[in-house]
Design a binder for this molecule. Structure first.
Ligand code: CP
Ligand code: NVA
Length: 306
């Protein structure tokens, strides 16, 4: 069975810690200019149904830095799920490439391809998961604070792909995750059920409907766009509902002075975050973006090992 990276529920805490240690090692090696060959002779196929800057470029650059080759296929070009069945697509791709990276609308597409491909599948974002982002986020938190354990990470936004994946990673490493959102935008029932059944001994993330209460004890304040890709029809409604949840100087003033700002990017400046905060001294969003490269190189080596 190939080893996949589809979500953080399936990654043990030991493996998560190993991946983060490897990400730090790969970052240091790149800064020192040490060449790597761990993907020599391997081909990584990227299939993306949605736009991307960070995920696509960091994977393509990371594969090249590890001595491998990548190819990029827009989802509409291959007709994912409609030109032929997902199973036929997966079984064919798996004969050509060594690793598949997917960015798709539905998590069921990721899971379906993983079931049939016969090669490792890495989830580069779906409607329910963004585990590559979460790994880079955890790496960034460790760089800032030395640890995730005992730290409070407050996500100001909705219970979306980014917050669901990060909540699992934070919980596995002993941190406290808080979701600050308007009523009705909490983690959905499917996530709650899975979290409680797969992580029974870990406290369920806290939810607050007041942004000030959310940031008051936060070490990390994290935000994301209020309307994720695929939810465009809800944009006007969400702009209204999230208006009081903007990360601005007034809200940052309610947080402890050591608090750091994270954002997965792309940012909608002037909506979920103001220029003065995202460009201010507490923001580490570009270190966080850089860490996508190092964290994903660790994931590529980890799935290749099997
Ligand atoms: N954060 C992130 O996944 O960015 P892209 O959508 O640009 O890949
Ligand atoms: N939640 C956002 C993340 C983008 C990287 C989205 O899915 O559009």
């Amino acid at each position: 069975m190939p080893r996949h990276f589809l979500n953080l529920f399936d990654v043990s805490t030991d493996d998560l810690e190993q991946l983060l240690a490897d990400a730090a090692r790969l970052k240091a090696a790149r800064k020192r200019g040490i060449p790597a060959h761990s993907l020599s002779g391997r081909v990584v196929g990227l299939v993306f149904e949605k736009p991307s800057l960070r995920t696509r470029v960091s994977f393509e650059a990371g594969v090249a830095q590890l001595g491998g080759t990548s190819l990029f296929l827009p989802g509409n070009e291959v007709g994912l799920g409609w030109r032929e069945s997902l199973a036929d697509f997966a079984r064919t791709m798996g004969r050509f490439v060594d690793i598949i990276v997917l960015r798709v609308f539905r998590q069921t597409t990721v899971d379906g391809i993983a079931e049939w491909a016969g090669v490792p599948v890495i989830n580069g974002l779906s409607d329910r998961e963004h585990p590559c982002q979460a790994l880079a986020d955890l790496q960034t938190i460790i760089e800032q604070f030395g640890t995730v354990a005992g730290k409070t990470i407050t996500f100001v936004g909705d219970g979306n792909n980014v917050s669901m994946s990060l909540a699992v990673g934070v919980a596995k490493l002993g941190g406290q995750f808080v979701l600050a959102c308007p009523a009705g935008y909490e983690f959905d029932a499917e996530f709650q059920k899975r979290f409680r059944s797969e992580l029974p001994s870990v406290p369920f993330p806290k939810t607050v409907n007041d942004p000030i209460a959310g940031v008051r004890n936060a070490d990390v304040i994290y935000t994301d766009v209020w309307t994720s890709m695929g939810q465009e029809a809800e944009r006007e409604e969400r702009l209204k509902r999230f208006a009081d949840f903007q990360i601005n100087a007034a809200l940052m003033a309610q947080a402890p002075p050591q608090a750091r700002l994270l954002h997965c990017l792309p940012a909608h400046r002037g909506e979920e975050v103001t220029d003065e905060v995202i460009d201010g001294p507490q923001s580490v969003v570009f270190d966080q973006a850089e860490n996508r490269l190092h964290a994903q190189k660790a994931v590529l080596e980890w799935v290749r090992e099997q």
